[in-house]
Design a protein around this ligand. Structure first.
Ligand code: SAM
Ligand code: SF4
Length: 428
């Protein structure tokens, strides 16, 4: 989502007459798009800003965008006095006006209001990938997970009209994009604000029908709002990719309640059951937090046995990081840092073994990939399967012709914990 926000900000700047340069050294205006989901990400921003402090006197203008901007607000000016602009994502629609103020020499420009029902819905996006395009369908979050800053940094939920989403998908298809990824903190709570009133499952089904689009992905789903209709929509149209990212956070219902996740382990497992008994095979991935306040060894064991039970194809795992304004920051029974580290390592090792075994089971199968790049040193093309696995493969000499952007069948010949290797199964 941050990467896509950057694409939209860059597009807006280019539309205002700015030109993008390769390095911060060459730039007159340097904008940092920031993440504050964990403390480490936030610290990085201030370290980077510190590194550029000496350039401020040389006419460079600095701005901080995104979640750290929203969270820290004008305090950033005190901590990094060479910063001239601080702007959270809910105020990006005001960027052109803020740039005018900066150019007029204003040294302290802010966009910090969360009081908006607008989405940052811009036609000026400068997209990084020529084949896969992101479309934000919902911004903000109305949940209140006890550990999470997002509701404070991205504001309340607001959905884009289905009409504008379908129109953008159509425009992208016309420009040659074949894969679309629908984005939101919680895409499942999408509610079309126009009279059509589509829910997420309907939107998914309709985006998948846009002529020229061959793959549609979406992220992220909140399990509470992941309804059966979404699985039915996916089953009905293979353009909707064979992958669901369904963050569980913990396998212990006690911890889930403390996190205010609004589902129990059993309720989560019911969703997994829908997916496992569906018409197609869906690859499942998740997010795990270890060391949430009060997480006992027994709670942690529940997370480990959930990994055994679900058999995810990959996961993102994090040590709990206390965040400002959140409910969990005041919770008792913090888990010591060393213990969090230990639990994280156990989760990651367990998952590594699961992935080794699951990936090995794919050897011999033929999968369709979208070719995304070339690994010249290895003599391989980089492909991605519908279920979001990287599948690098060899292909007979193409006489210099690029395969990037094409869809090809590939036979899997080798596997590792994080990727698959194969050979083109195209008959030549
Ligand atoms: N909206 C999505 C959801 O509810 O699953 C995810 C949003 S968040 C950007 C991505 C992941 O970061 C979360 O699923 C969670 O695992 C992790 N995360 C969020 N806050 C965290 C914190 N305070 N400490 C550690 N991990 C955190
Ligand atoms: Fe954060 Fe929870 Fe909202 Fe996801 S659903 S963004 S974890 S508050």
């Amino acid at each position: 989502m941050n990467a896509h926000d950057s694409e939209k900000v860059i597009g807006t700047l280019i539309q205002q007459g700015y030109a993008q340069v390769e390095t911060p050294e060459e730039a007159h205006l340097v904008l940092y798009n920031t993440c504050s989901i964990r403390d480490k990400a936030e610290q990085k921003v201030f370290n980077r800003l510190q590194n550029f402090k000496r350039d401020a006197g040389r006419g460079k203008v600095f701005g901080v965008l995104g979640c750290v901007a929203q969270q820290e607000g004008e305090k950033i000016f005190a901590r990094a006095p060479h910063v001239s602009m601080v702007c959270g994502s809910a105020s990006y629609t005001r960027l052109p006006e803020m740039l005018v103020q900066l150019e007029a020499g204003n040294r302290r420009v802010t966009g910090l209001s969360l009081d908006t029902d607008e989405t940052f819905d811009t036609p000026f996006t400068r997209r990084d990938n020529p084949h896969r395009a992101y479309i934000t369908i919902i911004e903000g979050c109305d949940k209140s997970c006890a550990y999470c800053v997002v509701p404070f940094t991205r504001g309340p939920e607001r959905s884009r009209t289905s009409e504008s989403v379908i129109a953008e998908a159509g425009r992208l298809a016309g420009q040659g994009y074949t894969e679309i990824q629908l984005l939101g903190q919680n895409v499942n709570s999408y509610r079309d604000p126009s009279p059509a009133g589509w829910d997420f499952a309907t939107l998914l089904a309709r985006v998948a029908e846009v002529r020229g689009i061959r793959r549609v992905r979406y992220t992220t789903s909140h399990p509470r709002d992941f309804v059966r209709g979404i699985v039915d929509a996916m089953d009905a149209n293979p353009v909707l990719c064979d992958h669901v990212h369904l963050p569980v956070q913990s396998g212990s219902s006690r911890v889930l309640a403390a996190m205010d996740r609004l589902y129990t382990r059993d309720e989560y497992m019911r969703r997994i059951e829908w997916l496992k008994t569906a018409r197609r095979n869906y690859s499942l991935t998740t997010d795990i937090i270890v060391g949430f306040p009060g997480e006992t060894e027994e709670d942690f064991e529940r997370t480990l046995d959930l990994l055994d039970e679900v058999q995810y194809d990959s996961l993102f795992s994090f040590k709990y990081s206390p965040r400002p304004n959140t409910a969990a920051i005041a919770m008792a029974d913090a888990v010591p840092e060393e213990e969090k580290k230990r639990r994280l390592a156990i989760v990651q090792e367990k998952q590594r073994l699961i992935q080794i075994r699951r990936n090995a089971e794919r050897i011999g199968t033929i999968e369709e990939v979208l070719v995304e790049g070339r690994h010249a040193a290895l003599g391989q093309w980089i492909g991605r399967t519908s279920d979001n696995h990287t599948l690098n493969f060899t292909h007979p000499e193409t006489n210099g012709e690029s395969l990037i952007g094409t869809y090809l069948p590939v036979r899997v010949t080798r596997s590792g914990p994080n990727s698959l290797v194969g050979e083109s199964a195209t008959v030549v």
